[in-house]
Design a protein around this ligand. Sequence first.
Ligand code: UDP
Ligand code: MG
Length: 311
Amino acid sequence: MKTVDIVVPCYNEEEVLPEFVRVTNEVIATLPEYSFRYILVDDGSRDNTLLTMIKLAEKFENVKYISFSRNFGKESAMYAGLEHTTADYVFVMDADLQHPPAMFPQMLQEVENGHDCCALYREQRKGENIIRRGFSKLFFRLQNTTKVKMPYGAVDYRVMTRQMIDSILSVGEVQRFSKGIFCWVGFDTKWLPYKDVERTIGTSSWSFWGLFKYALDGMTSFSVTPLRFITLMGIIMFLLFLLCTVGIIIEAIVKGFGSGFATIMCAMLFIGAMLELSIGILGEYLGRVYIETKKRPIYLVKTANIEKVEK
Ligand code: UDP
Ligand code: MG
């Protein structure tokens, strides 16, 4: 019998977790040819998520949990979950039932058909405002200029083979942008659309600022184009400078020197803005190099009912 692990990062999900396991168990019951196991990761929740997990583990023996010493973020929670998997196939999904477990049979069918991974993208997101959707579109457009390409609306709901999971775990960076890493490792991914549903229980823990930082992580993790952009800007500005100099010399010969205050002001502001932007881009990369060189652990476990598999 093939084994399947379901990795679920959870942050303040005490309300939804029992319902999540109930709904998922119903789907699992229709797939007797697989042996399923839950790996719930409590990402330092401030409510009774851990207690809920312990109760679920008492009720169902296939429920395993890992609880962090503090909130390390969804990326770390996913990584911790993956590190603890041993199954042939591994699902990654959210706890809030926005990722419908009803897709399991279809997704498993795709990997059985020979794909290394089956991932989902959102068809439409109701109740999302235009500005947020605009930024979301921009995020995917910019992201697709880097080496890792993904369809618009790609979410962290997927099933992967053991081989692909091991490859993902071999990517050693501390600041993990999983959406990108999942694509970067290659392999053959089948993308399926799904209809997004509103979160019915609990609240989304992503702020606009949080999403902005996430987008920056995505860009800087997989592309150095912004750094090249600085060089390109320098070249363009140098050419502009040459052009202006020639113009000014000609003007001085023809008309004599004028005051030129406005011209100088504009040029100074332009150069100032470009310098600030360039230093900012450098800073984004430098900051990430700084964090990465410290090689701190990606997460710290406080309690768990599952041991990490040493490879
Ligand atoms: N999550 C987490 N750590 C965090 C924030 C979120 O493990 O610091 C989990 C959360 O419990 C959920 C998933 O990540 O299972 C997605 O979070 P959320 O529903 O808040 O995000 P959205 O669906 O709005 O993208
Ligand atoms: Mg959600």
